[in-house]
Design a protein. Structure first.
Length: 285
């Protein structure tokens, strides 16, 4: 049996036990029932159905947001990036720690339908779950290499890159729908009066959306890549958010979803916090 199949069998064994002894009323995991081998979320509530649970390199979706609003204790099969999202949902009081059982999967990285590594997985910095109730190990998962940040650019280059990505965007909001962190009942983009018949999506609206979302994800992105995986237009949805994440880490030494005790960078204030100003550079006074 391959290492992945062994992990999958351990998921099924665990789900059976959790449901049988009523530790959890539901187990959320992956079923091999999607298109092109893509796993889809499955909600198991009966021991007789645990055979539907799988685990493989196509267990791509981030399942964390399915925990919001659930009744009763729920177990979740969590990749490390999903586990970070679960931790951040607990820290942000969207779910309670006691209501979730985290089955933390060591993650070998996910692939697309052609077997190529997903972009987020190529640059993943956390491939074992930081918080879990049980861990399902994979001896083939290797420690990650040091993070590489994008090279710094000048203002003109930044604008050119941003515009190039925005030209591809059709403002479909799939990236928002896929993101665990976009759980607002009404998104800031839906608060205005929509123009249902634009000739093409307005460049200003696209820029507003992506800049606004990057700001709203400051110190909250768990680098799962669900947003870019959901984009059918090939937009590098995550590069702005990656920059903001690096900025928050550099300024506040904060990594999202690694600890239940750390206070989120954007919810704390210290009198000696650095004031860098919105457009960069140290602020005066
Ligand atoms: S980002 Fe990391 S933890 Fe998440 S699926 Fe990819 S390799 Fe696994
Ligand atoms: S912004 Fe993208 S990478 Fe970050 S948490 Fe949301 S879906 Fe995941
Ligand atoms: S970046 Fe992609 S997924 Fe997001 S709104 Fe634009 S086209 Fe849709």
């Amino acid at each position: 049996m391959s290492v992945l199949e062994t992990q999958a069998q351990k998921v099924r064994d665990s789900a059976k036990k959790l449901l049988a002894d009523a530790t959890a009323q539901t187990v959320i995991g992956y079923a091999d029932e999607g298109v092109d081998g893509l796993c889809v979320p499955v909600f198991i509530t009966d021991v007789k159905d645990v055979g539907r649970l799988v685990w493989n390199r196509r267990s791509v979706p981030n399942l964390a947001s399915y925990l919001i609003g659930r009744k009763g204790k729920t177990a979740i099969v969590a990749k490390p990036c999903d586990a970070r999202a679960v931790v951040n949902l607990i820290v942000e009081n969207q779910i309670k720690r006691d209501d979730v059982h985290i089955i933390g999967m060591d993650c070998p990285g996910m692939t697309d339908a052609a077997g190529a590594a997903l972009h987020a997985c190529e640059t993943c910095q956390v491939n074992t779950s930081p918080v879990f109730d049980e861990r399902i190990e994979n001896a083939e998962v290797k420690p990650v290499s040091p993070e590489k940040r994008d090279a710094e650019r000048g203002l003109d280059e930044n604008l050119a890159r941003f515009t190039k990505e925005m030209e591809k965007c059709i403002l479909c909001f799939s990236c928002r729908q896929a993101c665990y962190g976009c759980y607002c009942q009404t998104c800031f983009m839906d608060r205005g009066v929509p123009d249902w018949h634009p000739e093409s999506p307005d460049m200003g609206a696209k820029m507003l959306y992506h800049l606004g979302r990057a700001m709203h994800l400051a110190g909250r992105c768990v680098e799962c890549g669900a947003c870019e995986n959901a984009c059918a237009s090939g937009v590098d949805v995550r590069y702005l958010i990656r920059e903001v994440t690096g900025f928050v880490k550099e300024l506040y030494g904060y990594d999202t979803g690694l600890s239940l005790e750390d206070q989120p960078a954007m919810l704390t204030y210290q009198p000696d916090d650095r004031e860098v100003g919105f457009l960069g550079g140290e602020a005066h006074g």
